[in-house]
Every structure is written in structure tokens, then in C-alpha cells.
Design a protein around this ligand. Structure first.
Ligand code: PMP
Length: 361
């Protein structure tokens, strides 16, 4: 018999079982209509209710204010690397960017197509194993961009004070830690996140944008790229990715049902603490990033003796630990502990690590 896998995938990644069950049912019969969720028009009251509830739940879970608009858009987070500067950065203006990993540097590359970019700090020289905290931002910058959690390296800003002190609009890529912890989301000018980790299914991303930041650039924007058009049309300027939005709705309902962001934050802290404590306690494993910058979403580590790496990976495979191999650019191991990953999966992984350590002692 096949063991129930423990899913540590980095994204797309684990979602609640109840979400998969209800999504499956709705593929055959959505809300007792006898129709599949895949065969109803998006401009029907049936689907409009899905979109409205998803937006309302996100607004509630993030505790947003009335000036912040919630959008569900196509294209993944990578499209936001381009859409953000297109909407917010004039060709004669400068935006400040923090370079904390490959995703951040991809955002920088796109921004340069539209205006000036001031890379205010980077930890590239140290292979992004820590977060560069000393930076100054010109008060005339159009915005300051950060990646709140660096999925590949396993670093996460724990203290956002340096950003709040910049006094320019904050733009954040929260793809890999949105809704995992309480942040003051009202402090952000624009937030974007691919949905495929904590929000739902791949194929859609969430954008939260302050209305007053829009309409200030000189350039003419293509219709589909202008956030204002999506706001006016309630994320239905064209056909939205209906199934992906529906899976987001189910996941957001689940999160609200278990108590919301504050409850999941405690649970995420508990999971991460168990895994980091285990890494720190066992000499055969070595953490890879600065302690203060450790991510609670993606935990990266290597073996003290690299020759044993393949052996541990094989053991993980044998015991049903899925997705623990590190990103191809970093190597080693990465266990992603997103919202839907149960504590029991971390217990199973840490038990396996202890067992392996004993064998090697
Ligand atoms: N930003 C971050 C922090 C990510 O982790 C990822 C993907 N893992 C992306 C951006 C790119 O997302 P997408 O594939 O949705 O374009």
C-alpha cells in the first residue's frame, strides 16, 4: 500500500484536503445546479458570487481598508514584475528595489524596462543567505519593492520596520508567505502574490492595490495591463481563471473557518520551531541562512557531510516525504511548511532526521 505522502512541495503545494474534496464535487455538480464549475459563464450570478465572496474574504482576513482594492489577475507573480512598474513607475522616475534573491532580481530586471531602478541593497555576494538590513531610500522614490519571503533560500523579513521607515509607498511580493502571519497589510501600497502556495491554485494571482497610487504615470497602458480597468470590472475585464479563483475561495473559507491569520501564524511558528530546533540539535544537518532571517515557510538545510545527501534524500522518498529536495540553484534540502501542511508532517520529517542522525552517529 502507498503511504500517505507528507507534502513539502514549494509550490504548487499542499492545500487542505477538504478543499480538494469540495473542488472535486464542484467539477461534477456546482452548488446543486447539475452543472460543472467549468461550464458556467463567468458573468452569471453563480460565478459572480464566487468572485465576490473570495474578494470579501481576502479583505477580511487581511484586514484591509476601504482604499485598498483586491484583484484576481492572470499571469502569476511574474507578470506583476512587469505590471507593477508599468503602472507605478514613470520613465523619468526611480523606484527602489531590495535584491534578496532570484525572484527579487527578476522583478528588478523588469522594472528597468520602464524607468530608473535604484537597488538599495543586495545579499547576492553571500548567495542570498541573509537579508541586507542597512539601506537608505531616497524619499523621492516612486516606491520601495521587497520580497517578504524568499522561497528559494528560506529567508523572510521578520521585522519590517526598515521598510515602514522609508516613507515611500511599499510594494511587496508576498507570493510565498501571504496569509501565513499577521502583518499590517494596510501599510502597503501594493501587494501581489501568486496563489499557488497559501491562497489556492496556480493560474491566478492576488493583487491588493491602493487606488490613489494609480493613474499617475505618463505612459499609455495596454487595456489588460491597467489595474484601473480590472478594478472597474471587478476582476472580470475578460474571462477570469474561474476554477483557480474558485479554489482560492474554498481555501480562504477554510482559513477563516480555522480562525484566520492569527491562528495559522501560531501554528506556522510551531511547525518551523520544531524543524529548526531539530536541525540545530543534530550535528549531521546544517542550516543555511542567518538565524535572524529564517523563514517559517521554507526551511533550507544541507548535510554536514555532503556525501550523505543522496542517502537522506532516498530515505525521504522511501518514507513518503515529498518535495524536500532543495531548489536546483541551491542544492541540499528545502521543506516548505505552508498553511495547509499539518504539524504531524513536520513531526514525521523530524523523526526521520533523528533516525538518520542516530544511524550516522
Ligand atoms: N515570487 C516569489 C517569491 C516566488 O516564490 C515565485 C514562485 N515560486 C514567484 C515570484 C513567481 O511566481 P509565478 O510562477 O506565479 O510567476
Amino acid at each position: 500500500s502507498v503511504k500517505t505522502p507528507h507534502n513539502f512541495n514549494a509550490g504548487p503545494s499542499i492545500l487542505p484536503r477538504s478543499v480538494f474534496e469540495e473542488a472535486s464535487r464542484s467539477l461534477l455538480d456546482f452548488n446543486g445546479t447539475g452543472l460543472s464549475i467549468l461550464e458556467i459563464g463567468h458573468r452569471t450570478p453563480l460565478f459572480e458570487a464566487v468572485m465576490d465572496e473570495a474578494v470579501a474574504l481576502l479583505r477580511e482576513l487581511m484586514d484591509l481598508d476601504a482604499e485598498q482594492e483586491v484583484l484576481f489577475l492572470h499571469g502569476g507573480a511574474s507578470t506583476q514584475f512587469m505590471q507593477v512598474p508599468m503602472n507605478l513607475l514613470d520613465s523619468s522616475a526611480v523606484a527602489a528595489y531590495t535584491d534578496t534573491g532570484v525572484w527579487a532580481s527578476k522583478a528588478i530586471k523588469e522594472a528597468k524596462l520602464f524607468g530608473g531602478v535604484d537597488v538599495v541593497c543586495t545579499s547576492k555576494g553571500d548567495h542570498y543567505t541573509h537579508l541586507p538590513k542597512d539601506f537608505t531610500v531616497d524619499p523621492s522614490a516612486a516606491y520601495l519593492h521587497l520580497t517578504t519571503n524568499n522561497t528559494i533560500y528560506g529567508t523572510q523579513w521578520q521585522d519590517l520596520t526598515p521598510f515602514y521607515k522609508a516613507h515611500v509607498p511599499l510594494v511587496a511580493d508576498m507570493s510565498s508567505d501571504i496569509l501565513s502571519r499577521r502583518l499590517d497589510f494596510r501599510k502597503f501600497g501594493l501587494i501581489y502574490a501568486g496563489a499557488q502556495k497559501n491562497i489556492g491554485a496556480a493560474g491566478v494571482n492576488v493583487v491588493v492595490v491602493r487606488r490613489d497610487l494609480l493613474g499617475k504615470v505618463q505612459r499609455t497602458l495596454p487595456t489588460m495591463m491597467d489595474y484601473r480597468n480590472h478594478i472597474e470590472n471587478g476582476s472580470m475585464l475578460n474571462t477570469p481563471p474561474v476554477f483557480a479563483v474558485y479554489v482560492c475561495l474554498l481555501t480562504l473559507r477554510w482559513l477563516k473557518g480555522i480562525g484566520g491569520v492569527d491562528v495559522i501564524e501560531k501554528e506556522n511558528e510551531r511547525k518551523a520551531a520544531l524543524l529548526y530546533d531539530t536541525i540545530d540539535a543534530l550535528p549531521v544537518f546544517k542550516p543555511t541562512v542567518a538565524k535572524a532571517d529564517r523563514s517559517r515557510m521554507n526551511v533550507c538545510f544541507v548535510m554536514d557531510n555532503p556525501d550523505t545527501q543522496a542517502e537522506f534524500l532516498a530515505l525521504c522518498q522511501q518514507e513518503g516525504m515529498v518535495g524536500v529536495k532543495g531548489h536546483r540553484s541551491v542544492g541540499g534540502f528545502r521543506a516548505s511548511l505552508y498553511n495547509a501542511l499539518p504539524y504531524e508532517s513536520v513531526v514525521a520529517l523530524t523523526d526521520l532526521m533523528k533516525h538518520f542522525a542516530q544511524k550516522k552517529a
